[in-house]
Design a protein around this ligand. Structure first.
Ligand code: ZN
Ligand code: FE
Length: 253
């Protein structure tokens, strides 16, 4: 499957999905319709599916126009059927949905919103994590608890290490600065920051990242690790307390 990030609004990404063998075309989280239309017209493609990770306007803003133009089907979480505009196909936690013959596992990952999901493409090992897991960061907790968000992040952590992570926003540069402030002894992080700086100076996306790197670099995935706990003066405290502390620090950053 071919995946192309499409920058939308100020810092959002929509993702074009091309299942070329079966001529199935999808888009994940179209904040707005026009950049998607431009891509489809340039490539002379029609759109079959619109996949939404959650109901926020910067993820569903293009739904109705794209649906009208291409008769595409809108796919989203069953619990959010009342607030994902134009939804057609409702999915449940752990359900497998077929994008052509490609199997997509749905993970319900509440915290940012109560109905947030991750689309995991099993064969390609690709996860669309919306506003739950960012590269080097995690989403704000709007509708859930810290405990829920941490459980959701653990679900993503349990995916195969080589999973490519496609997230909803280009926040990596600022996230890296935050991680470096509190994860001072992480050498890998300093190296990675150079790469991020270079990409962003050319206005190139830092996505996709992969789970293996995130596990080493993303402070929100390291709350159970002693080095980080020591830096925060929280040795041997429960991971959800450490996570709450880190999330609060990020909110003030
Ligand atoms: Zn959001
Ligand atoms: Fe968002």
């Amino acid at each position: 499957m071919k995946i192309t990030p499409i920058p939308c609004l100020t810092d959002n990404y929509a993702y074009m999905l091309e299942n070329t063998n079966e001529k199935k075309i999808g888009v994940v989280d179209p904040s707005e319709a026009q950049p998607i239309i431009n891509y489809l017209e340039r490539k002379k493609l029609k759109l079959n599916y619109i996949l939404n990770t959650h109901h926020h306007f910067d993820h569903v803003g293009g739904n109705s126009e794209l649906k009208k133009l291409y008769n595409a089907k809108v796919v989203g979480f069953i619990g959010d059927k009342h607030r994902i505009p134009n939804i057609d196909i409702t999915l449940e936690n752990n359900e497998k949905w077929n994008f052509g013959k490609l199997k997509v596992k749905i993970l319900h990952i509440p915290g940012h919103t109560s109905g947030h999901i991750c689309f995991f493409f099993e064969k390609d090992k690709v996860a669309f994590t919306g506003d739950t897991l960012f590269s080097l960061g995690c989403g704000k907790i709007f509708e859930g608890t810290h405990g829920q968000m941490l459980t959701s992040l653990k679900k993503i952590k349990n995916l195969p290490k080589e999973t490519k992570i496609y997230c909803g926003h280009e926040y990596t540069y600022k996230n890296a600065k935050f991680c470096m402030k509190y994860d001072t002894s992480n050498i890998n992080l300093k190296k990675y920051f150079k790469k991020v700086k270079e990409l962003r100076s050319k206005n190139l996306p830092t996505v996709p990242t992969n789970l293996e790197d995130e596990l080493k670099l993303n402070i929100f995935l390291r709350c159970d690790q002693i080095e980080l706990q020591t830096n925060l003066n929280m040795e041997n405290q429960e991971d959800f307390k450490v996570f709450r502390k880190v999330r609060d620090l990020k909110d003030q950053f």
